[in-house]
Design a binder for this molecule. Structure first.
Ligand code: SAM
Length: 348
């Protein structure tokens, strides 16, 4: 049995205040429960040299275990610990995160209502791990769908992992801002790509607008056809089925309107503080777009919808909510108007 100590990214302390270590433990437990070959024991918060670490014991972690853990949303460094309490020696374990692009893809855009990029990565991870594609997360390009995508934080994290990304957003200004950002960013990074922003027509009527980008992390990848696809539709998410084929996506990852910066619109009607009506109306379409074995990860503000009610809406849409211990540990305070939580559910 060996001991390991995980150092949490300092930036996540700013995002989660006191909750960063607890969220790291919960995310680590989801990795352990789903894909790690080694069992993690004695998970704890431990101070070493006055600095908090998340420590655990395991039979030696394999290269693949470390490759999974390298993608933990809050990992800064991982060490193997030798020696006794007070005289510990930390030996660095090399990390190999999935990182197809420079990380300013995730950090440059700043705007009111942005979902924090570390939190978005956490939500994507725990959703992918709950799906039957979890064991393939390092091996093949999954297809991620965010049906309330704002200015694309989820989409950018999906690209970062080398995945295909698709989103829907009702606010034309957000879609235009994202389109402008991604095109400028790709040009500035001199990444070969093809982008078009075109109307979508059905029966000669325009039903929305669509940004479609084909891109690759290198010239060679682009030339050999190992490209990624990025699609954003400017439309009401209730119409999602009009734009995509059933069973198109491996995971659906979304941060619902908080009732603070954004309200929820369902059926073009009035703006509502709670996202439950929007979720209930949109879920049948969303679920059809998920592959069987796929998973849905939802974050929302618990001040505007209770966890039991949100879980009930997911269950009524035919999904199986993940109720095991680590999935119950993600509730945290964002600010005085928002206590955020996560629900993950599988499509049978
Ligand atoms: C919490 S924000 C998501 C922010 C996003 N994750 C980001 O980082 O940019 C929720 C988004 O849902 C959008 N929205 C609300 N109702 C919608 C609907 N019926 N169809 C599509 N988008 C909708 C809002 O315009 C808002 O951009």
């Amino acid at each position: 049995m060996r001991r390991y100590a995980l150092l949490v990214l300092p930036a996540t302390n700013r995002v989660y205040a006191e909750a960063s270590v607890a969220l790291t433990r919960a995310e680590l437990s989801v990795f352990a429960e789903t894909v790690l070959g080694a069992r993690l024991l004695d998970l704890a918060e431990t101070r070493l040299g006055g600095v908090p670490y998340v420590t655990f014991s395991a039979e030696t972690l394999s290269g693949r275990d470390v490759a999974y853990l390298s993608n933990l949303s809050s990992i800064y460094a991982l060490f193997e610990v030798d020696g006794d309490a007070g005289g510990e020696i930390l030996r660095p374990v090399g990390l190999t995160p999935l990182a197809e692009f420079d990380d300013d893809l995730l950090t440059i855009q700043k705007y009111a209502g942005k979902t924090n990029e570390y939190f978005t990565k956490l939500l994507l991870n725990v959703t992918v791990l709950a799906s039957t594609s979890g064991t393939e997360m390092l091996d093949r390009p999954l297809h991620v769908f965010d049906p309330l995508c704002g200015r694309g934080t989820t989409l950018n994290q999906a690209l970062m992992y080398g995945y295909d990304a698709t989103g829907i957003e009702i606010d034309g200004k957000d879609v235009e801002a994202y389109s402008g950002f991604i095109r400028t960013w790709l040009k500035r990074k001199r990444l070969k790509h093809q982008a078009e922003f075109t109307p979508v027509r059905r029966d000669r009527k325009v039903i929305g607008r669509k940004l479609h980008v084909t891109l690759a992390p290198s010239k060679d990848a682009y030339k050999s056809g190992s490209t990624l696809s990025l699609t954003v539709v400017n439309a009401d998410t209730l119409k999602a089925r009009d734009f995509f084929r059933p069973r198109s996506f491996d995971v659906l990852v979304t941060d619902a309107p908080y009732g603070v910066q954004h309200g929820s619109r369902s059926g073009g009607a009035k703006l509502s503080r709670t996202p439950l009506d929007l979720l209930a109306a949109a879920l049948p379409g969303w679920v059809e777009l998920l592959r069987p074995g796929g998973a849905l990860g939802l974050s929302w503000n618990t001040y505007v919808a209770r966890r039991e009610d949100a879980a009930d809406v997911l269950t009524r849409a035919g999904l199986e909510v993940c109720e095991s211990e680590p999935y119950l540990g993600f509730r945290h305070r964002v600010d005085q108007a928002i206590i955020r939580d996560i629900l993950v559910a599988r499509k049978p």
